[in-house]
Every structure is written in C-alpha cells, then in structure tokens.
Ligand binder design. Structure first.
Ligand SMILES: [Zn+2]
Length: 510
C-alpha cells in the first residue's frame, strides 16, 4: 500500500512538467484487471452532492465486441464500447474508480482515459453443486461475483456420484432417488477404509427444477455470463445408476447407491447397452432446452474401465466395432454424443481424459491435470480451456501452512494467490498453437466446502488473479503491484457487498 502510485497532485504536477510528452502520467487509480492502457489528463468529473455522475454511453462497432473506452477528460463520464457487454465491463471499471474517489473523501474523479479488452474470449468459473448443494440465491451471488471480475462463463457442475441436481422430466428418478445421499463422510477422504472414517448420519441433497435453472440462465445473461451445464458421463455416475441401475454394467439388480464419500468409483455407465445412449440423448434434449449455450460439458473424466473389461455387453460392442482397447469405448461414447449435440448446433467440452482413445477435432478440451492435456490438445488442433489443478483449483489450500494459518479443511495442495497470478496459458506453445487456447477457468469443487461463506473464502481473492490473467495476460505487471491494486480496487468492493475473502491470502506481502 505504501508504494501505491502517485497522488493525484503528484500526477498532475508530473503532467505539467512533462507537458510535451504525448502520454500523460497514469493517474492515482487502481483497476483490476489491469487495463491495456490508462492515461491521465483533462478536467475530470465533479461528484454531485448526492448520487453518482451520469454515464454517457455509446456503442461503436469500431471497437472489439468486449472492448471499451472510459473517458473523464472532458468533464463528463463517457463510455464507448463495442457491445452491451463492453459497456457492462466499462461500468465495472467505473465502479472501482468511483469507490476509490469516495474512499479518499474527494469530490473530483480525476481526468483519465482507460481502454481495455480481454485477452481471452472465454473467462470462466465452475461450481460443483453435486458434492454440496447450494441454493438458487447463493448461485445468483456466485454469478454476481463472476460479474464483478468481468468473467463471462459459469460452468455449472450438476451431476456426480454424490448427487444428481438437474430435474429431468423423462427420467424422474434422477431427482427422486439420485438427488439425495443418506449421509456424508466427516473429514478427509484419506480416512476411507480405516477405523477413523466417520459419517454424519444426516441425509444431504436437493435439486434444481427446470424453471429454477432457466432463472439462473436469465440472471447470468443479464450480466453477460453464459451458463455451461455439465452432465457427467460415463463415470462419476453413481447418482444416475442408483436411479436407473439397469444402465450400469452390473445390471438392474445391483444395489448402486448415491455415494456418501469422495473419490473415484468403479461403477460407470454401461457403454455396451444401447439404452445408455438413449438415456444420455434424452437427458441432453432437456438440458439443451434449458441452456442455450453453444457448449455443453459432458465430463468424461475419471471413468475407470474395469467394469467394461468384465461386462458382456461392453465386450460384445468392442468385438462388433473391432475395438482392441476399452479406451475406444470411451471415445465411441463421447463421439456418439458429440455428433448428437452437433445436430442440435451444440459443441462439447470435456475434461482432458476425452483425449484418450481419440477425440474429434471439434471437441474442446478442458485441461485439468495440469496444463499438459491442454498443450497436447492444442498441438492436435483442438480448442482448449486451461483449468490446471496446479493453478486454478480453488479447493486447494491457500498457504504453505494451512494448519498454522487456521485454514478450514481442504482437499490438499498449496495454491497461493501468487501462483494463480503467475500462470502462463501459452507455456510451451508455438504462436499457431497459442491460438487454440480459448480461455481459462477456475474450478470450485465442493467435497470439503459445505457452506456458501466457505465458497467465497476459497474463491476470493484468487478469482481476481484469474481475472487478471484472463483480461491482461500479456499486460501483467508484478505480483506485488497486482496485490496493491487489488487492495485498492477490489477488496473494498468485496467488503461493501459483504463477501468474505481469505484473510491469509497475502502471505509474504508487507
Ligand atoms: Zn457394460
């Protein structure tokens, strides 16, 4: 904070002294993400006695679709953007600046011109609502937080082993049975199978009606955020199998259950049963009716093949298709679904396991096991969203000493704010391959995160670092300077809105 820019006076003095320079000094203002350009100068805008100065807006197609220019040099707040989305981002910047001027007790917004546009078209955050259920109001707040950071994709993880959350009218048991687990493991999953493992004895669950999901889609759209739903296949399917056991390799008589602990389970959808494809298509029909997004996330991760190896139906399909490896069954299932969605004008995104057994070039790969899956996919010519667990898994601990710092129980790892900030989406890629990187995303898994307060604590302020990479990738400064701007531009906004952020996120910063 001590080193925070020049004061307004100093900036204006410098401007006067260097009046012959083409660019004025940067005014004493902090903006996160760091704008592409910020120049000081001009009259600025006086604050009225009450309320905020009006913003004069204009859409100009000369600018990129999300680009904006915010200008206070001529005594008015002028906002020009390439689209309504760009105007929305300009308003977010303006709100950050207005808050700073008021915090200093000043009555003049200094003169400046800010021009900005995002480095990546896809700027996402994910939320797992299967491991723990969150209310519609909480999800709206999550979307508000995304909007505050100028992110534009909400990836909604709706199905998993521990609960199916999306109402599907053609398969009502998915929510009648699959939305509720009997109880939940207490503590870390490393106790599973030991005498220490304890369960809470309390049922947990719930689901979103189709009307509620439509409400979320509309709420997000007002904030220029696209909701991408995720329906997991063929693994992470215990909740679906508990509802419709005939879709599993073990058959209708096997006592599948909605899982009560965490991990990877051998029970997967039977790839050799034609009814599995019928099921997935009907589910996706309803999902596509609710969610207008171009992309549908089909999961594809962590699907063990041990049951396929022993299943007569799966083995028969392999013989019929001439497959020699079970990985080809996964590829068959994913590409079948991809073709079906393509007929509806949709595209698939899957976790990087969809590369195994081969994937069509039109699939978008979400790289989560580090960046290596994304690098491999980009080299194959596939579109890539970078969500490496090493940098953007926000269920990881935030300091090197979680116990000493009083962090709540987490899945593990160590992902401080500085590491999020340091991610290089283009690492190891040629210029041509870099073009395949369409964006970045933070993932918020909730095995150990049961309350919405805790969610906020995990995503804030790390989401600000993600936003800075997403908008200002090649325009990043130093981590220390970022933290100073964050402290001035965003932390007060979190506080004003009642959001909780991790107090120990700034470990090592003076
Ligand atoms: Zn099978």
């Amino acid at each position: 904070m001590k080193r925070l820019f020049f004061t307004l006076f100093a900036a204006l003095t410098l401007f006067a002294l260097n009046g012959c320079r083409h660019e004025a000094s940067t005014p004493d203002l902090a903006v996160v993400p760091n704008p592409l350009s910020m120049q000081g100068g001009g009259r600025g805008v006086l604050l009225p006695e009450s309320g905020d100065p009006a913003i004069l807006t204009h859409v100009s197609h000369v600018l990129g679709p999300e680009e904006y220019i915010l200008d206070t040099r001529r005594g008015k707040v002028l906002l020009t953007a390439g689209s309504k989305a760009g105007l929305f981002y300009g308003r977010q910047t303006y709100a950050q600046i207005l808050q700073q001027v008021r915090a200093k007790g000043e009555n003049l917004i200094p003169g400046f011109k800010i021009q900005d546009k995002p480095a990546f078209a896809y700027r996402g955050a994910h939320l797992d609502c299967s491991r723990h259920m969150f209310t519609i109001e909480e999800i709206k707040t999550y979307i508000d937080i995304l909007a505050l950071h100028k992110l534009n994709v909400f990836h909604w993880h709706l199905t998993d082993d521990q609960g199916w959350r999306a109402e599907i009218k053609s398969y009502p048991r998915l929510t009648e049975v699959g939305s509720m687990r009997n109880e939940t493991l207490i503590g870390h999953q490393r106790t599973i199978g030991t005498k220490e493992a304890q369960y809470d004895g309390t049922p947990h669950g719930g689901f979103y009606t189709q009307d509620q999901m439509r409400e979320i889609v509309a709420y997000a759209a007002e904030r220029f955020i696209t909701v991408i739903p995720e329906i997991e296949m063929p693994g992470h399917a215990s909740a679906a199998l508990a509802s419709y056991p005939e879709l599993g390799c073990r058959g209708a008589n096997y006592p599948y259950q909605v899982q009560t602990c965490w991990g990877i389970f051998p029970e997967v959808l039977c790839a050799g049963n034609p009814n599995t494809i019928v099921f997935l298509k009907k589910v996706l029909d309803e999902i596509c009716d609710i969610f207008p997004s171009e992309y549908i996330h089909i999961g594809g991760d962590e699907a063990p093949r041990i049951e396929w190896e022993q299943c007569p139906k799966c083995q028969a399909l392999m013989r019929q298709k001439g497959f020699t490896r079970e990985a080809e069954l996964q590829s068959y299932l994913i590409t079948t679904i991809e073709k079906y969605l393509a007929e509806k004008g949709r595209k698939i995104i899957g976790w990087d396991e969809i590369l195994e057994g081969g994937v069509s070039q039109s699939a978008t790969v979400m790289s989560w096991r580090g960046a290596k899956g994304g690098i491999a996919a980009a080299k194959l010519g596939n579109d890539v969203i970078m969500t490496p667990n090493s940098h953007f898994y926000l269920d990881y601990y935030q300091t090197s000493d979680p116990t000493g710092n009083g962090e709540p129980l987490g899945i593990g790892g160590c992902l401080p704010l500085s590491k999020c900030y340091a991610f290089d989406p283009y690492d190891q890629l040629s210029e041509i391959e870099q073009a395949q990187i369409k964006g970045i995303q933070a993932n918020m898994w909730t095995e150990y995160v049961a309350s919405f307060d805790h969610i906020q604590h995990m995503i804030l302020p790390r989401l600000a670092a993600l936003a800075e990479v997403a908008w200002s990738n090649t325009n990043r400064t130093s981590y220390e300077e970022f933290v100073q701007r964050l402290s001035t531009a965003l932390l007060p906004r979190y506080t004003a809105r009642g959001y909780h952020y991790a107090p120990y996120a700034f470990e090592g910063i003076e």
